[in-house]
Design a protein around this ligand. Structure first.
Ligand SMILES: [Cu+2]
Length: 116
């Protein structure tokens, strides 16, 4: 009985750590985070590597963005509605990604600039 109780307590104590380790980027809720960090306004710039790109969005691995509390991660970033097509950007490019946080808490890419 005592051993069982100890096992349960150990499980409870170890759960938060296990959760923290997997909550790095996949499935991360940027919207909720953005609301916590409402002070971040205006365009943001971050170093990123393009993994894939289509007409609506770009998948990037980006550096940490401390201003809004984002760790380094790989994610899809939707383009702003008025963005120009960027045929010069392709997978593997290292870019500076410029984006804004919408009032809905979603990020939208406004520019990708290839790093020279
Ligand atoms: Cu991200």
């Amino acid at each position: 009985m005592r051993k069982t109780l100890l096992t349960i307590i150990t499980l409870i104590l170890s759960t938060p750590m296990a959760t923290a380790q997997v909550s790095n980027m996949e499935g991360m809720n940027h919207g909720a985070m953005a609301m916590d960090k409402a002070s971040a306004e205006g365009p943001m710039h971050v170093d990123a590597t393009v993994n894939s790109i289509d007409k609506d969005s770009v998948n990037v691995s980006h550096a940490p963005i401390p201003e809004i509390g984002w760790p380094q991660m790989t994610m899809d970033m939707p383009f702003a509605a008025d963005i120009q097509p960027m045929p010069e950007i392709s997978a593997g490019d290292k870019v500076i990604m410029t984006f804004v946080m919408g009032e809905d808490g979603m990020p939208r890419v406004t520019a990708l600039t290839v790093k020279q």
